[in-house]
Ligand binder design. Sequence first.
Ligand code: ZN
Length: 285
Amino acid sequence: MDTERKSIPETLVDFHVHLFPDKGFDAIWKAFETVYQVPVLHRLYHGECVDYLRKRGVGPMVYSNYAHKQGIAGPMNLWNRQILDSTEDVYCFAAFHPDDPDAMEYTEKILDHPKVMGVKLHFLIQTFYPHDRRLYPLYEKILEKGKRLLMHIGTGPIGSNFTGVDFFKNVLADFPDLPANIPHMGGYEYRAFMNLLDAHNNLYLDTSYSFWPQFPGSFDLDNGFLEDHKDRILYGSDFPNIILPREDEIEGLLSRNLSQEFYDRVFYENGQRLIREVCDAQHVC
Ligand SMILES: [Zn+2]
């Protein structure tokens, strides 16, 4: 058996970071404390987050934010534009809310930004279903522009009436080629989401919140599942909204003693390739 200690690449691509305007972060951190009753480890605002990760070997990073109510996605995307234009090697899944009368207008504009990877939908927080017909124009636009979605649709770490793989399958029935990243490895329905990777070539999973050895509900499938899908898994930290150290999750993955190719692809090559495909395709990044 191969017992040689593996390593992560010197430069990492982090495909799941959050950057919000300060007020947004304040509200989220309060919710972690009062609603989820677990404080986040890092109360760092956007500039501090980027510096923190850069000092720890993160090169390209893809962040997201989302609108928990009507009326704020438009202004948030103006803020996103400023961040993208002033911060090197940072990419973004932008905000969207289907109840905004100008939703498709601001979406069309922000998707044209070369450093916008696509749009984030957070079904737990935004409380609508992925097969909600109000989202279909967005899905069509994403396909048309060659961009992607980051869809928090899994039942973990916290589920609701709006989350679960079956709802997501409804969308895939109508959009089998939907280019989507599913955070948290699709937890807690790990196996079902892994199976979807085989049937739908444009899906990726990210590792956030899934490999802390001390976290209940962590990824519980064999290494074979990870090796078989090593081209379709992206490293993501969920920084700064994490409740346990990001290093522990990296260590959790290393302690599984996967192949060196797994670590090289998941922590760097896959992320780099997607950024190149989606953003560099516009030649301006
Ligand atoms: Zn997240």
